[in-house]
Structure formats: structure tokens, C-alpha cells
Design a protein around this ligand. Structure first.
Ligand code: ATP
Length: 232
């Protein structure tokens, strides 16, 4: 059974409709990439999954049960973690204190401070530094580590490679293998189509709140994906 099923999802900001009938499923430990131009609805899709958008139609099921009546906090406690765009670290806290914030919604599972430091050794060296003194890539590692500290079953990552050096982006995406092995499924929003195809099992392309193409990364036709991205 998929861990998440989204059915005919429509989302609204006030009277403004941002999603128009989105359908997809996410398998256990699968990695799905959402691609699409600015304003396509990628972040909105993630926010719907975390319970941050309340004006919805259609359904979202997690482990077979509808999440629409659940609060963002109870969804976090149930194992849905967000790595938000811009990282949203606590500026007045150290690296280790930021990581520890992830335990507020902690479930049982494999992740601990030591495991996170094993995944990103640089964070152990910097554990007592203020998080905001780190480089952008290291801060992104803190944001991922904080999400892992809750032992999520699903981790949603919004544009984690934005503005980072390619080497660091490589290190971060390399960590996904371990994260998935430990039982977490991933949804990643990624502007770069080639990177999306290389990290994800499946890619879903959005345009103006609708899915324009969906398929397995290995099988997807690049010309069709480019056309779906730009709406040609
Ligand atoms: P981006 O790469 O720009 O983040 P995106 O694909 O993530 O793009 P969304 O942020 O989901 O796109 O935006 C989808 C639509 O919803 C856009 O038309 C956007 O202007 C609108 N929108 C997003 N956030 C809000 C908000 N807080 N209030 C009103 N409209 C919003």
C-alpha cells in the first residue's frame, strides 16, 4: 500500500485556486521529485501534505486514513516532516540545539544526534556554533538533520539545492540513500530537471496547478518533460 495517496486535490489561498485536481501516490521509501516553473504549485502541494493549507478539496490519505481533519502538529507527530524552503533555522540556537528541536515531534526510530552526525560529519565539528554562522550548504544539512530527528516516515524537501554549490548539493543528495534505507520516503521539489531525474525514482511535472507529466525517471522522455515544464 502507498504511504501517501493524493486524490483530486484542489487547494486555495483565499479565493485563489492554486491546485486543480492533483492525483499521485508515494510508496514506502520511494523518492518522488516535483518539478515545474515558478508558481506551478510545487510548494503548495508540499504544504497540503503537511496540513498547512486548510482550504482543500479532494483527499489526502496517509497510511490509508484521510489527513484533511488533522492539524499540522499531529501530522508531524505521525511522521510527516518538512524541510522548508529557506531552511528556517532558529538563528539564536546552536547547530545541536536546532537539531534537538526536531525531537519535539519525535517518533520511535533509528535517528539520533549521533546518527545525524554520522550522516553529516561537519555538523559534529560545528555542533556548538550558532546555526546561522554556517555556510548555506551546512545550514541545509542542519535543516535535514532536524527533520530526521523526528524519525519521519515521509520527508518533504522544498528546493534544498537552491543557491548551493554543486559539490554540497551532491553531498546532500548522496545522503538520501541512507535516509531511504532507514525507512523514510521522500518528496523533493527541485528546479533542476536533470538533478531531479538523477535523485528520484519518479518525477511529476506541474504547471499552473496541474500535473502535465508523470513517470519513472529512467523511462521519462526529456523532450516531453521539457515541453511539460514550459507548457509547450
Ligand atoms: P516557486 O518555485 O515559485 O516556489 P511553486 O511551484 O512552489 O513555485 P507555489 O508557491 O506552490 O508554486 O505557488 C502556486 C500558486 O499559488 C502561485 O500562483 C502563487 O502565486 C500562489 N501562492 C503561493 N503562496 C501563496 C500565498 N501564501 N498566498 C496567495 N497565493 C499564494
Amino acid at each position: 500500500m502507498p504511504i501517501i495517496e493524493v486524490e483530486k486535490l484542489e487547494a486555495f489561498y483565499g479565493d485563489m485556486q492554486a491546485l486543480f485536481g492533483i492525483d499521485f501516490a508515494l510508496g514506502e521509501t520511494e523518492c518522488l521529485a516535483l518539478v515545474g516553473a515558478n508558481g506551478a504549485g510545487k510548494s503548495t502541494t508540499l504544504r497540503c501534505l503537511t496540513g498547512l493549507i486548510r482550504k482543500l478539496r479532494g483527499d489526502i490519505r496517509y497510511d490509508g486514513s484521510s489527513t484533511l481533519k488533522l492539524t499540522a502538529e499531529s501530522l508531524a507527530r505521525a511522521g510527516i516532516a518538512m524541510v522548508p524552503e529557506g531552511r528556517m533555522l532558529f538563528a539564536s540556537l546552536t547547530v545541536e540545539e536546532n537539531l534537538t528541536m526536531g525531537t519535539l515531534t519525535r517518533r520511535k526510530g533509528p535517528w539520533s544526534l549521533e546518527r545525524v552526525y554520522g550522516l553529516f560529519p561537519i555538523l559534529k565539528e560545528r555542533r556548538n556554533q550558532m546555526a546561522t554562522t554556517l555556510s548555506g550548504g551546512q545550514q541545509q544539512m542542519v535543516a535535514i538533520g532536524r527533520a530526521l530527528m523526528s524519525n519521519p516516515r515521509v520527508m518533504l524537501c522544498d528546493e534544498i539545492s537552491l543557491g548551493l554549490a554543486p559539490v554540497v548539493v551532491g553531498q546532500i543528495y548522496d545522503s538520501f540513500g541512507t535516509i531511504r534505507q532507514e525507512g523514510t520516503a521522500l518528496v523533493v521539489v527541485e528546479q533542476d530537471i536533470n538533478r531531479a531525474l538523477s535523485v528520484a525514482d519518479r518525477v511529476m511535472c506541474l504547471l499552473k496547478g496541474k500535473i502535465t507529466l508523470e513517470g519513472r525517471s529512467r523511462e521519462i522522455d526529456m523532450d516531453r518533460l521539457t515541453a511539460a515544464y514550459f507548457g509547450e
